[in-house]
Design a protein around this ligand. Structure first.
Ligand code: ADP
Length: 450
């Protein structure tokens, strides 16, 4: 049975190709969209059909909802997959799809909207009995009130944008005298980045771990989790390396955290694929947010569960029931993902777009590369700097690390600076090898200087 005849991918780069691969295996025709900067991009060539969407700037192309829906309708695409980034967590887009009779491959717009507010979702989870970090209950309107709450929970605290994403607008505050300025600074950034100046304060955890759970829920209320991912290795609060499962996970902790993750999904009336993010510190975990989309790091969950998450997303969007239950699932082996960015790790991760003069990606057993680049390709400066995801799987964590080292050493990318040397150094770092990671790992280990 075909879920859809034709599907439009409202994205670019590796994730557009990833979705198209699933479609091809499902006999679904694919439609790409491209901006001026992407005329020669791989995702355009991979698709069955491709349509020009607008100028290079995302607001003129990959964020242009009306234009994208227009293309979908004109070419007869019954469904739209948003990938991640761009419109993936924009409830207005999901709603527009629904209003225009095009299936949005993702959750209902109301769930996206509910989870789009960090304040609202935190409150919802608190009410549902899921642990959350102490902080201001809503957006800050009264600075004296915020000072009082910060003093009660104790410094350090973190100021966060309610509509935030990508680590933007977050500020760590160590004492009361810096609080007011941090709040107004975050409000300014939040206003310009997200069009919403609402910020809140919560307890800042020292060296927590970022652990998230993948969930899948169909439209018939069947829900499963697909275990955990550890995403603690970050730069500027953004993930750089992920692994599944988390090296510190025990059966007992997994039991508790996965139950919370499913509670989060239930409380938000969630459907399709999503990830529930927690911070973990000293035996306790706290709900941080839910990502209502396919994650960059879904690949490692696919490795350890054998489940194709994109195919599941498409089947769920078509109204199908999940074909498995929790008891049918198990973890097989260990998987690691390195995000290869066109950035100079020795120069504060400055972006380094440009032409790729030589390119050879690794292969062999247990290796997966998802990428939108190739030899001779010029990386445009207009978009995200991630150029490839390198994933390694093996039966144990130790062997997966060995395999990742081997794969990195096979990887040839010449012409631009990448994070590959940093990844290699991390794979050889004793703390990483021992599984002692936390969100301050990169700053603390001074990896490239040793
Ligand atoms: P965004 O949505 O902008 O990506 P998140 O809320 O997902 O922001 O947080 C991203 C990262 O910021 C986390 O993985 C963690 O490293 C750090 N962080 C966020 N909140 C806290 C906190 N209360 N204490 C310590 N670190 C935090």
């Amino acid at each position: 049975m075909k879920f859809f005849e034709k599907l439009l991918i409202a994205n670019r780069g590796e994730i557009a190709i990833r979705v198209m691969r699933a479609c091809r295996e499902l006999d679904i025709d694919t439609v790409a969209i491209y901006s001026d900067a992407d005329k020669n991009a791989l995702h355009v060539r991979y698709a069955d059909e491709a349509f020009y969407v607008g100028e290079a700037h995302p607001s003129k192309s990959y964020l242009n909802m009306e234009r994208i829906i227009d293309i979908a309708k004109k070419c007869g695409a019954e469904a739209v997959h948003p990938g991640y980034g761009f419109l993936a967590e924009n409830y207005r887009f999901a709603k527009l799809c629904q209003d225009e009779g095009v299936t949005f491959v993702g959750p209902r717009w109301k769930s996206i909207k509910a989870m789009g507010s960090k304040i609202g979702s935190k409150q919802m989870m608190k009410d549902a009995g899921v642990p959350v970090l102490p902080g201001t209950d809503g957006g800050i309107t009264d600075i004296e009130e915020a000072k009082k709450i910060a003093a009660d929970i104790g410094y350090p605290v973190i100021v966060k944008a309610s509509a935030g994403g990508g680590g933007i607008g977050m500020q760590i505050v160590h004492d009361e005298k810096s609080l007011e300025e941090a709040i107004s600074g975050s409000q300014r950034i939040a206003k310009s980045a997200f069009g919403d100046a609402t910020v809140f304060v919560e307890k800042y955890l020292i060296k927590p771990r970022h652990i998230e759970f993948q969930v899948l829920v169909d439209e018939h209320k069947n829900a499963v989790h697909l275990y955990d991912r550890e995403c603690s290795i970050q730069r500027r609060h953004q993930k750089l390396i992920e692994e599944a499962p988390s090296p510190i996970m025990t059966d007992e902790l997994r039991e508790r955290m996965s139950a919370s993750a499913l509670k989060v999904a239930e409380a938000s009336d969630y459907t399709n694929a999503g990830s529930v993010e927690f911070l973990y510190s000293q035996g306790n975990y706290y709900f941080m947010e839910m990502n209502t989309r396919l994650q960059v790091e879904h690949t490692i969950t696919e490795f350890i569960t054998g489940i194709d998450l994109v195919k599941q997303q498409i089947a769920i969007a078509a109204g199908e029931s999940l074909q498995f239950e929790q008891k049918d699932l198990s973890i097989r082996g260990h998987a690691i993902e390195c995000r290869i960015n066109a950035e100079d790790p020795l120069n504060n991760f400055a972006a380094d777009p440009g032409k790729i003069l030589r390119y050879r990606s690794p292969g062999g057993p247990g290796i997966r590369v998802d990428s939108g680049i190739h030899m001779g390709y010029t990386i445009p400066p207009n978009y995200d700097s991630m150029i490839a995801k390198l994933c390694a799987w093996d039966s144990t964590r130790h062997d997966a690390i060995q395999r990742m080292r081997r794969a990195i050493s096979e990887y040839i990318v010449l012409g631009i600076k990448t994070t590959l040397p940093l990844h290699y150094a991390i794979m050889n770092n004793q703390q990483f090898i021992d599984g002692n990671t936390h969100t301050h790992f990169l700053q603390e280990e001074h990896i490239l200087k040793t």
